[in-house]
Design a protein around this ligand. Sequence first.
Ligand code: 2BA
Length: 110
Amino acid sequence: MKKLVIAVIQDKDSVKLMESLVDKGFRATKLASTGGFLKAGNTTMLIGVDKNQVNEVVEVIKSVCQSREKMVTTMSPIGGAVESYVPYPVEVVVGGATIFVLDVERFEQV
Ligand code: 2BA
């Protein structure tokens, strides 16, 4: 049975992850994506594999993708006056990868 591994990763890890996957004989597609929270660019990888290869793919992703801290500037109200805001830096830990594994109903290459 075919599975589709979808991994949302950080741009910085995308070249190394693609190289590692291709070196091990996996096929992958890299998409440019944007995170809903940070509204910043990230990378989504689509990796189609047999069911028995899913764990190996997840291990490759874990070995390459690192979590990192990012500073985000939010706007915070001053003294309860909602019309006055000051920039307020917040540290966010962005994970190495968010991974989904889906069953593939049909797979064809023409
Ligand atoms: P973003 O949505 O830009 O989120 C970046 C990081 O911001 C998240 O890292 C998390 O640490 C934080 N964050 C997100 N939403 C938050 C909230 N409501 N409150 C507080 N902090 C929040 P990760 O969790 O490692 O996610 C990295 C990226 O993976 C996300 O970028 C998003 O593009 C994707 N992602 C994460 N969970 C997802 C899900 N359930 N479905 C689809 N995409 C997801």
